[in-house]
Design a protein around this ligand. Sequence first.
Ligand SMILES: NC(=O)c1ccc[n+]([C@@H]2O[C@H](COP(=O)([O-])OP(=O)(O)OC[C@H]3O[C@@H](n4cnc5c(N)ncnc54)[C@H](OP(=O)(O)O)[C@@H]3O)[C@@H](O)[C@H]2O)c1
Length: 298
Amino acid sequence: MKILITGATGLVGQHLVTHLLSEGHEINFLTSRRKAIDSLPNCSGFYWDIEKQIIDTSCIDGVTKIIHLAGASVSKRWNTSYKKEIIESRVASSKLLYQTLKNYTHEVTQFICASAIGIYKHSYSTVYNEDSRVFSEGFLGEVVQKWEASASVFSDISVKVVKVRIGVVLTKKGGALQKMKQPITMGFGASLGSGKQYMSWIHIEDLVKFFSFLITKNKEGVFNAVAPNPVTNSELTKILAKKSKKPLLLPNIPKFILKLLLGEMHEIVCESQNVSSNKIKGFRFQYEKLDEALTDLL
Ligand SMILES: NC(=O)c1ccc[n+]([C@@H]2O[C@H](COP(=O)([O-])OP(=O)(O)OC[C@H]3O[C@@H](n4cnc5c(N)ncnc54)[C@H](OP(=O)(O)O)[C@@H]3O)[C@@H](O)[C@H]2O)c1
């Protein structure tokens, strides 16, 4: 199959490209940086400027599936203009892809849009499945709801829409694991806030196979991409410290300190989402438990 990927140069995208190439797929990708057009071996790069709504439309030639990952990082300091960029980079990019399919001849049958478990409202007790309509009222909740709405319109042009609510992605290099590991390896590890908040995570290898599964099974609808066993922040901190062979000496970092340090962004680390992966029948996770995932990654 020929697959068009946006955000292919990012953390998830690079792993996904490697995996899909290994399965024999052909990859086109869209990048917002001209100099990145030749950056991914064995793939064809195309330029787009989301703000100006410019796209090299030859990117869709022969393509039957689109995977839309592009979006400004949510883990950079939020201010009013950057918050706008976080939303626009996702919504305006979906719109540009939609207009392209609407106005040009194409063979695209499935649009798979990244989303995030940040859509679910903070709760220590609820286990969220894809049918839940209890959405977060925080900034991340707003981002994800607008992002998902921007994906829904593809069904108007007879393209199957899949929304993948991704949990915290664990990788060997970069991403959340690196950030969580750093203070622990330096001997300053501590649980965050109450420590009771659930973190629903997924190993990068399972995530890329998850995308591949959605493509080959031609799925449609909303799917949570999380491992079957979420952990609380305290459990995660303990497991990480054990794996890093470091003691945990400090008390929990109170939420008000996190608010002072991170501003509104503290919601990323303090909000709790216990998310179920039961819907995706037939998909086998290689890493079901955090301990197994970290043994592989650390
Ligand atoms: N990593 C996680 O734990 C996680 C969890 C839940 C959801 N997600 C979502 O999954 C997607 C992929 O995640 P990731 O970790 O791979 O993200 P990433 O490493 O930040 O990469 C995102 C890609 O989006 C493009 N991009 C960045 N800023 C942009 C902007 N202002 N306008 C247009 N394009 C822009 C970039 O590609 P070019 O520079 O080539 O254009 C970049 O490589 C993201 O949308 C993210 O929000 C990730």
